[in-house]
Write a protein that binds this ligand. Structure first.
Ligand SMILES: C[S@@+](CC[C@H](N)C(=O)[O-])C[C@H]1O[C@@H](n2cnc3c(N)ncnc32)[C@H](O)[C@@H]1O
Length: 229
């Protein structure tokens, strides 16, 4: 099964409970990680922002609120998630956000000062996406990617594996989340997104490349600046 089909399968029908699930399953760390993304984003004053794999728009709306003068585009593969995002937009009456159904690997048009992605890197061919981002980022534009990682330190790994025993049981109790319960840990253990991203950022001429493992090493944020030329 290719990555896109796998993503469609494991996220099918999860949109309604996603916002609650992401808080509980990350033990409320998701909020901290997104706050850190916003703080890093403040290195720039972006006019145009692209949020790849926006899902139900948690980060997209936070960016739109933090940078009210900007235009924010959120893209995602899943129509179902976008429907929830658009419903929130109507409810909050947010004007500076637009949601589009698109594969992050196919985004190659537009000009953006800031590109973000939260929980996308493990599902994509990093080289393709960074290459596209290098074309659509404006000079000095900022790229911030965030996702889960498998802890390297033995002590963290031990607690992580224990946590996953409970998490698998929790996800497995809800029909829509059963696919995620089966696949997600394996995807996280196998992914090499941080190193792939560092290599791709160097290859496509990014500067100030920073890798920030988050507390307990269960997630990382990687960010870099597009060079002038
Ligand atoms: C865990 S959700 C994260 C949503 C949001 N970024 C957040 O932080 O809450 C992962 C999202 O990635 C999307 N996704 C995965 N692969 C994608 C791709 N190639 N192009 C666009 N979206 C993708 C899925 O559809 C899903 O909505």
């Amino acid at each position: 099964m290719n990555q896109q089909s796998l993503v469609r399968q494991i996220f099918a029908s999860t949109g309604r409970s996603y916002d609650r699930m992401v808080k509980v399953t990350t033990l409320w760390q998701d909020n901290m990680w997104k706050k850190r993304i916003l703080t890093i984003a403040e290195q720039t004053t972006p006019q145009t922002i692209l949020d790849l794999a926006c899902g139900t728009g948690i980060l997209t709306f936070a960016l739109a609120e933090r940078f009210p003068e900007s235009t924010v585009v959120g893209i995602d593969l899943q129509q179902e998630y976008l429907q929830y995002a658009r419903a929130k937009q109507r409810k909050k009456d947010v004007k500076n956000v637009k949601f589009l159904q698109k594969n992050a690997e196919d985004v190659s048009e537009g000009h953006y000062d800031l590109i973000t992605a939260s929980y996308l890197p493990k599902y994509i061919t990093i080289d393709v996406v960074i290459s596209n981002c290098s074309r659509i980022l404006t000079p000095q534009g900022l790229l911030i990617f965030h996702d889960f990682i498998y802890p390297e330190k033995a002590a963290f790994r031990f607690f992580y594996n224990v946590y996953w025993v409970f998490l698998k049981a929790l996800l497995g109790m809800s029909d829509p989340w059963k696919g995620m319960s089966r696949e997600l840990k394996h995807i996280i253990v196998e992914t090499t997104w941080v190193n792939d991203m560092k290599d791709a950022l160097e290859l496509y001429g990014f500067t100030n490349i920073q890798v920030e493992p988050q507390p307990l090493e269960v997630a990382a944020i990687v960010y870099a600046v597009k060079c002038n030329s």
